[in-house]
Design a protein around this ligand. Structure first.
Ligand code: TMP
Length: 239
């Protein structure tokens, strides 16, 4: 594997150029961060789970007609993806109230929402990824009306598909974050990762948290939670 052409390092992944200008090599890191990287750790094996889980879910979404950047899983830590220019928006979909929604608005935890809530956050670490409105995105040029329409439609469909998939494995999809990007020809597609680093998963039977909240809240057994998600998805240890 040729990793000589390093492009970018984020909190959870590294990116490399390949011989094909439209294809990037993604390396999933073992690093875990929370609260805008104020809290950091590294967990041997974490990158393997996020790489596999994200590949599995993105492949599943491709099969269900959701275009995304995933091309091929290479090994435990690497996958090939299409090169896109990421829009500076984090798109959060919520089915159940928790996390920053409850903190910001004083809403009770654990309420099932009557329909999914879609929120936009500006991708800007220096500002702490603030919540923004669609009008902000339009006026400041972070996305067009057509982009926002397509993003909301795709996010809603991804939620329906993943909620049903996880439900069949005994897991409640509480909320998750998506990112979108544009290919060289300007087509908007789903990008980045979908894993326990970027979603909240609650075990249906026990209520156990099976995601990065175990790290954020010092609940312990972080790797075991990621392993549980992988085993349920890949067919081992199904509920
Ligand atoms: P929040 O409740 O902290 O806003 O998180 C909502 C969802 O977005 C949750 O599934 C975790 C995910 N998320 C990320 O993937 N990256 C982030 O930087 C943050 C803050 C949340």
């Amino acid at each position: 594997m040729d990793k000589s052409r390093f492009l970018y390092e984020g909190k959870a992944k590294k990116m490399y150029l390949t011989d094909d200008p439209e294809t990037l090599l993604l390396e999933y890191k073992n690093d875990l961060t929370a609260f805008n990287a104020l809290k950091k750790d590294s967990l041997e094996g974490k990158g393997t789970y996020t790489n596999r889980i994200s590949a599995h879910l993105l492949r599943y979404l491709s099969e269900k007609g959701i275009p995304n950047h995933f091309i091929e899983l290479l090994d435990d830590r690497h996958q090939l993806v299409r090169r896109v220019t990421i829009l500076p928006l984090e798109v959060v979909v919520r089915n159940v109230t928790t996390g920053s929604l409850c903190k910001r608005l004083g809403i009770a935890e654990g309420m099932t929402l009557p329909r999914p809530l879609i929120e936009f956050y500006l991708k800007d670490d220096a500002l702490g990824d603030p919540l923004v409105t669609e009008d902000h995105a339009l006026l400041f040029g972070w996305a067009s009306e057509e982009d926002l329409r397509k993003i909301k439609e795709t996010a809603t469909r991804v939620n329906e598909l993943l909620k049903a998939l996880f439900e069949s494995r005994g897991i409640l999809l509480v909320d998750f974050k998506l990112e979108f990007g544009k290919t060289a020809d300007g087509t908007l597609i789903l990008a980045d990762e979908i894993s326990p680093d970027t979603c909240r998963f609650w075990d249906r039977a026990s209520g156990d948290r099976l995601d990065k909240d175990r790290f954020r809240k010092d609940l312990g057994n972080v790797l075991e939670a990621y392993e549980t998600i992988w085993n349920r998805l890949s067919g081992e240890g199904r509920a």
